[in-house]
Design a protein around this ligand. Structure first.
Ligand code: HEC
Ligand code: HEC
Length: 325
């Protein structure tokens, strides 16, 4: 072999085996930290048991047909795969169900981030016409008749079951829904290698794709309230619904990308049916919108790069929350 052939061989060998991630991520930023919990609703096994029982109980819906778990399905990463899920009497909602895994870390709730605590959030589906169409006082009165609920409530909170106990126990249970065993988590812990293509996708995610500027951090979101250029004109006014401020028009909370492969379709309205459609959207740079974040610009990714990015997003799945057929 002459010198030239040798150096070509070296280049080929290096290309296929020593692919290096250019944008090194700080591993400590990708481990789940201790969760902050308000002193007025600390975790306990009894409270958790009560919250779990409530979460799966159809008593919440006016016709006793559905529970929280009907839309936040444990085998679909605590979301579902409908564009708009049906509430009572088959009434469809107007927003796509988000996953509530790692929800205890979120600083605010709903797709426009307008509800400040997980306890308060529970009141929304209870009253919402397209969800349970019920009210918490009637639900509490029904639950008071049940010996098991009465026992758990007194043990957990030292009082009979009422709105105070219901919202708090649901909060306690939801804070236990932790996703931290994905392929990516194993890679961070040094227990697993990612393939060369997955590494390439990771490099794009943290590098020229700009994804981590909004979806960075251990939960793959910084919870930024922003616009990602999905439409020129939105039917859903997003955060403006809560603030009435036009700078919040079509602004949504950046969702976590953990388990994202399990929960199509995507975006607040479930309008993109696959991850490759989402990536194609970002690669085009999105539509022009007054509130669009400046980094949403055409990315110029090749087909191969788009595929690698998708493979990396698939590494964020914690298979414990996925029904394996
Ligand atoms: C009919 C389907 C449905 C039911 C039933 C339902 N949810 Fe939801 N949930 C949704 C949808 C849709 C959203 C997003 C709503 C929005 O942003 O306006 C959501 C949002 C949430 C969020 C906020 C997520 C985030 O990222 O901010 C939490 C927490 C939550 N639900 C918990 C519950 C609990 C607890 C129950 C039972 C008491 C429940 N849900 C019942 C459909 C449902
Ligand atoms: C400006 C901040 C920002 C940047 C940069 C960004 N996103 Fe997003 N992303 C968002 C917001 C906000 C949403 C929710 C929009 C909505 O609900 O309509 C979102 C939604 C998504 C969703 C849908 C999640 C779901 O459960 O519905 C995926 C997947 C996603 N982004 C992946 C990416 C990828 C991959 C990149 C890089 C190519 C990226 N994002 C760059 C802010 C951003």
């Amino acid at each position: 072999m002459n010198k030239r052939q040798f150096s070509i061989l070296l280049v080929i060998a290096c290309f296929s085996s020593c692919y290096v991630v250019k944008n090194e991520i700080k591993k400590e930023n990708y481990l789940l930290p201790v969760m902050n919990v308000d002193a007025d609703n600390l975790q306990s096994t009894v409270r958790e048991e009560l919250g779990k029982k409530l979460f799966f109980d159809p008593i919440f819906s006016i016709d006793s047909s559905i529970s929280c778990a009907s839309c936040h399905n444990p085998t679909l990463a605590f979301a579902d795969t409908h564009q708009f899920s049906a509430g009572v009497f088959g009434r469809a909602g107007v927003r796509n169900v988000p996953s509530i895994l790692n929800i205890g870390y979120h600083p605010y709730f709903l797709r426009e981030g307008s509800v400040p605590t997980i306890e308060m959030q529970a009141l929304i589906p209870i009253q919402e016409k397209n969800e349970f169409d019920h009210n918490i006082v009637d639900i509490a009165n029904q639950l008071k008749e049940d010996k098991e609920y009465d026992k758990l409530s007194r043990l957990g909170y030292g009082r009979e079951i009422d709105h105070y106990v219901i919202t708090r126990a649901l909060g306690v249970y939801q804070r236990t829904l932790i996703s931290n065993k994905s392929k990516f988590d194993k890679y961070i812990a040094g227990k697993m290698q990612l393939s060369r293509q997955e590494m390439k996708g990771m490099d794009i995610f943290f590098g020229k794709g700009n994804c981590s500027s909004c979806h960075g951090g251990f939960n793959f979101t910084s919870y930024k309230l922003t616009n990602n250029g999905l439409y020129k004109k939105y039917q859903d006014i997003g955060r403006m619904r809560a603030t009435k401020d036009s700078s919040d028009l079509a602004v949504f909370k950046t969702p976590s990308l953990r388990n994202v492969s399990v929960t199509p379709p995507y975006m607040h309205d479930g309008s993109l049916s696959t991850l490759s459609a989402v990536i194609a959207h970002y690669n085009r740079g999105g539509e022009e919108h007054l509130n669009k974040y400046p980094l949403i610009q055409p990315l110029g990714l090749s087909r191969q790069e788009m595929k690698s990015l998708e493979l990396f997003l698939n590494c964020l799945t914690d298979e414990r929350f996925q029904k394996i057929p």
